[in-house]
Design a protein around this ligand. Structure first.
Ligand SMILES: Cc1cc2nc3c(=O)[nH]c(=O)nc-3n(C[C@H](O)[C@H](O)[C@H](O)COP(=O)(O)OP(=O)(O)OC[C@H]3O[C@@H](n4cnc5c(N)ncnc54)[C@H](O)[C@@H]3O)c2cc1C
Length: 244
């Protein structure tokens, strides 16, 4: 659909990393704090889920199109088997066919708009981004809210879509670029390069506080509010009162 709407756009390109994901039983590891650990051109994250199972993800800066002939679990054991606990235990607990592997492609060149005529794009179709900020799905949800906000109850759909496009394009373009910058930082593979990166991050006081500050202006997003003529009741309140 994107190609049909914007035939001159170059489309998604490889972001330089491949990713693995898995969910394993709780028995895989004793209790641990959720973490994300960076190595040389690789990262690993482990998150306990509410039901007790463990979600884990990994990424590595490798050429696109790779697959392990003896399976992705074996590939993870080779790449992460000597990392700190609970990483090796989590890999060992994954079923041989339960590890997903996907190359990451992103839309580094922004689309000229997220709509054309009466057709709109949202989510990855509009702004595929590297997962290094965990924002792709979040931004798709924001798109949906803003799209619904601007669509008129009646009348000119094109104007509503243009307002949606104007509001979402700059915000998501910034997050695509920020995610790409973090991907490049994570992808540093040489020993001196990674040492320099880690030293600079330590000197900058990198820790939970600084990591969270990277989300300033992103995680504090508030949905648009509809305004109503003075004295006119909010339709949701009116409906609620009518039901009572
Ligand atoms: C490793 C990894 C980690 C991630 N981590 C996070 C995270 O922590 N937080 C976060 O917010 N996001 C994360 N994301 C990003 C998130 O998964 C995506 O941004 C989100 O799934 C995009 O949703 P979407 O509906 O736009 O597209 P998709 O989820 O790709 O859905 C599109 C659907 O359309 C279907 N489809 C395609 N073509 C057709 C067709 N012609 N006809 C019918 N159906 C079709 C596809 O099969 C698919 O089901 C991550 C992504 C990856 C790869």
């Amino acid at each position: 659909m994107r190609r049909a709407l914007f035939p001159d756009h170059p489309g998604p390109v490889y972001a330089g990393i491949t990713t693995w994901r898995m969910v394993v039983p709780a028995t895989a590891a004793a209790s641990f704090a959720p973490h994300e650990t960076w190595g040389r051109g690789a990262l690993w994250g482990s998150q306990p889920l509410l039901d007790g199972r463990i979600y884990a993800y990994a990424a590595a800066a490798v050429p696109a199109g790779g697959h392990s002939p003896d399976g992705e679990k074996a590939e993870l054991l080779r790449r992460f088997g000597d990392w700190h606990s609970p990483v090796p235990e989590i890999v060992a607990a994954a079923g041989p066919d339960e590890v997903l592997r996907h190359d990451v492609r992103h839309l580094v060149a922004p689309l000229p708009a997220f709509h054309r005529g009466r057709t709109a794009l949202l989510g990855d179709a509009a702004h595929a981004m590297a997962p290094t900020m965990g924002q792709g799905g979040n931004q798709a949800i924001e798109d949906g809210i803003v799209l619904a906000h601007h669509l008129p109850d009646a009348g000119d759909v094109g104007t509503g879509l243009a307002a949606y496009s104007a509001e979402r394009l700059p915000r998501t373009t910034g997050i695509v670029r920020k995610s790409a910058r973090i991907t490049r930082l994570m992808s540093v593979r040489s020993v001196p390069g990674a040492a320099l990166r880690d030293t600079l991050m330590t000197l900058a006081g990198f820790g939970p506080g600084l990591a969270l500050r990277a989300f300033d202006g992103i995680a504090d997003w508030l949905p648009p509010q509809r305004t109503y003529a003075a004295g006119a009741p909010d339709p949701q309140i009116r409906d609620h009162q009518a039901q009572r």
